[in-house]
Design a protein around this ligand. Structure first.
Ligand SMILES: NC(=O)c1ccc[n+]([C@@H]2O[C@H](COP(=O)([O-])OP(=O)(O)OC[C@H]3O[C@@H](n4cnc5c(N)ncnc54)[C@H](O)[C@@H]3O)[C@@H](O)[C@H]2O)c1
Length: 268
């Protein structure tokens, strides 16, 4: 398999290193708007080659992995799926826009391309996926982070919330995922993944809380439906390469790549 990685930052470089060790991966094409960064990553790999643009080697490529930015995702996904090439999307926030998401879903179907979205920093997406086959009463995501994580968030400033004065777990926001991802853009990936897999951005409810007694981020997923009830609680250790995100989200992308290259769908 030949893969192209768009974006060689904290996630892309880890994925490239993992892919380099996978015997099924024969070639890794690296694209980054910061060429020096791509060169640095390529220098540490056995199978990598730099390309200027995702389209350069698309004829020879079986899978593109987007791990750059939402803008890059909006540019790259349509080009890739239109050529019938599969793509794994990390900047899931790009898919919040219904029109864009529906257009690429349709294009991918027409051109027989697959769009993969890893589960990321949350557990329970397997149950969520299965539960939507029946009736769903509610899907709720509760994200809790230390108060410092919300510094600079406009919504917090506009509400006049003093993060330093928070002494116990405090709810900052509860509402539909569509609004939550706009007000808390740093939480977009988990909320978007849960919404897309489940009952959509308008019905998925998101609660954002600050807790001064924790040092790590946690995501609670609660689902009620025809199947019964499910709660998962994920306590994430921050990634040493980028403390703003979690180890699990990096692991999830690597494990998704392993499943794709081996075509192994256990627990699908
Ligand atoms: N789905 C998840 O679970 C999850 C979790 C964390 C982060 N993310 C998302 O993954 C993406 C990458 O995260 P990261 O931590 O690796 O970011 P990063 O900032 O470390 O790296 C991004 C890289 O992309 C490059 N880049 C930017 N625009 C580009 C373009 N148009 N073409 C090519 N390269 C471009 C940058 O130069 C940089 O090297 C972000 O959008 C982030 O929100 C997803």
């Amino acid at each position: 398999m030949r893969i192209t990685i768009v974006g060689c930052g904290s996630r892309g470089s880890k994925l490239a290193q993992a892919a380099d060790e996978m015997m099924e991966v024969k070639r890794i094409y690296l694209v980054d708007s910061d060429k020096e960064r791509a060169e640095q990553v390529a220098a540490g790999l056995k199978k990598a080659e730099l390309v200027e643009d995702v389209e350069e080697e698309l004829y020879h490529c079986d899978l593109v992995i987007e791990c750059a930015t939402q803008d890059a995702a909006r540019e790259v996904i349509p080009k890739v799926v239109a050529r019938g090439v599969d793509i794994m999307v990390m900047s899931v926030g790009a898919l919040v826009d219904d029109e864009f998401r529906e257009s690429i879903t349709e294009k991918a179907k027409q051109c027989e391309a697959k769009v993969y979205i890893p589960s990321g920093a949350i557990c329970g997406t397997d149950g969520l996926r299965a539960s939507t086959v029946g009736e769903i009463e509610s899907v709720e995501l509760i994200t809790t982070k230390p108060p410092v994580s919300f510094e600079g968030v406009k919504y917090i400033q506009d509400k006049g919330i003093d993060l330093k004065s928070i002494k116990e777990k405090t709810i900052l926001y509860t509402g539909p995922a569509r609004e939550a991802v706009q007000l808390f853009p740093r939480n977009v990936n988990v909320a978007a993944t849960v919404s897309i897999m489940g009952i959509g951005f308008d019905k998925t409810m998101v609660t954002i809380a600050a807790d001064p007694n924790i040092k790590i981020n946690s995501h609670e997923l609660k689902i009620k439906g025809e199947f019964g009830e499910m709660t998962t609680h994920t306590y994430n250790v921050p990634s040493p390469i980028n403390p703003k995100t979690s180890n699990l989200s990096v692991f999830s992308a690597i494990s998704a790549l392993q499943r794709i290259v081996k075509s192994q769908w256990i627990g699908i």
